[in-house]
Structures are given as C-alpha cells and as structure tokens.
Design a binder for this molecule. Sequence first.
Ligand code: G3P
Ligand code: MG
Length: 283
Amino acid sequence: MRFIDLFKKPNLIAAHRGDRSHFPENTLASLRGAIGKCDFVEMDIWLTKDGVPVILHDETLGRTSDVETFEIFRDRAPWRVEDFTLEELRRLDAGNWFYEKDPFGLIRDGKVVVPPKEDRTQKIPTLEEVLRFSKRHGIFLNLEIKDMHRYISDEEALKAVFDVIEKTETASMLLLSSFRGNYLPLCKRTNPKIPTALLRSDPLRNPLDLLKDTYVDCYHPSKEIVDADSVRKVRNAGYFVDVFVVNDSEERKKLFDWGVNAIFTDFLPDFRDGFQKNSEIVI
Ligand code: G3P
Ligand code: MG
C-alpha cells in the first residue's frame, strides 16, 4: 500500500507534529505516541548547517529545546537551526521543555503522566531516524519541507531530503508538502510516485491555478481559508483536500461533511468517544 491509497477511505486523521499534546512535538516519542491513533503523521523538516535533514518545526531552537542553557551557544541567539551542525544539535534536549511548560495543559488536567526524569529527554531526530522508525512500524508520514531558500538553494535542499528517502527506501510511505511552491514541481520531477501537497494559509481567490502550476496531488489549506464551496471546487478538480489545524470535534465533522479528506490535529480523537475510526496503522 502507498500513501495515496489512504485517500480511498474518508475522514482521515493526521497527527500534527506527532501526538504533540501528549509528547514533545516532532520527536520519536511523539511519533511513537501517534501509533494506532491516526491514519498518518505530519512532521517538519529543516536542514542543519552541515546539510543534514532534521525534524523540527520552528526555524529557531529556543521554544522546543534547552539551547538557551548552553553557555557555548549564547552568542548564536536566536539559535537558528541553520547555524548548528548536526553534532551540536544532538547535544540539545528537545523533551524536558514539554513537561516544564505543559503547552496544552494536559499535565495540569492529569491527562498526561509525566515520565521519570531519566525518560523525559529527547533528541532532535534526524529525518533518517524518523524514516527508519516509521518503516519499522508501518507509519505513513506527511513530511512538510520548511522554506529554507534563505540559506540553501531549492535543488540542494531537496537533494538532501531525497537522498535520505532513497537510502531508507521509504518513498511509498510518504506525502511531501510545503508552503514553498517552488519545491513542489522539483519534488514531482525527482520522484513522480510520491504525492505532493501545496500548503496555504493566505486566502487564494482561485487555488486551482496554483495547484496546477505546482503539479501537486493535494491541497493543504489552513481551516481559516476554506469554505464548503472552495472544498467542492478543489475536490471536483481531482485534488485531495487536507485541512490544518483542527482541534474541535464540531469543526472536524463540518469539514468532513464538506468532503475534506483529512484533518491535521493536535488532539488525536478519543475513539471511545463516539468517533468512528476508518483505518488502522499497521504495526
Ligand atoms: O502541514 C500542516 C501544518 O503542519 C502546517 O503548519 O506551521 O504547523 O507546520 P505548521
Ligand atoms: Mg507542519
């Protein structure tokens, strides 16, 4: 089964940055935590100073790591990922901040059990680690390639990503997406079998033009810019529509009623709570 086959089923659930309301986002813990609770997992890619694709959301390291506690990195504030080699990044802890800051309030509410101190630490994963882990556990992944044009050419950035995909032989499990339209035709040219998606959070009068120009298979709009009419038009033109970030069950239902294929969420639905799960992740 390939990623695109997931769309044969309706009402897909994507884990946004892994199970990020229960585990530190974009880590192997949040990836593992999403197993069995969603149809696919979304994670974000940046390249390090030495050109290694790693999994991280922000352009800077401050929010999701302990970088500011390192005297040796003090002069690198605001700690952009592009200023750190992989070896430097791997010294950081990307886990404890979650248990200290409780970003979703679920620790306060007793819904997340804080692990013992020695189990809270997480490394910023490399793309290779995430792909190997996902392959082992049968996880379908949407990799969002962050816009790195400020520090690396489009071709070099994508080559680094595709080298890892090839090396790990994981193309069939993947959907690639980006806000940077320029990346998408290049992805398609490199491997036409991997589905691609255009991300968008600014309103578009006619998304179909841009979807056609970027040669994508899917449209990934934010929930703020979609309505029933635009979903219908894009679906009728043959594209899949996956909407981010949807944390409210009423809103999720409304979007699925409109014909949206998948929603990205921070709160993986509680399947005991009347939610009909459509597909199982095979472990
Ligand atoms: O891919 C959907 C979503 O992840 C896009 O926004 O900022 O959370 O990466 P962001
Ligand atoms: Mg993302």
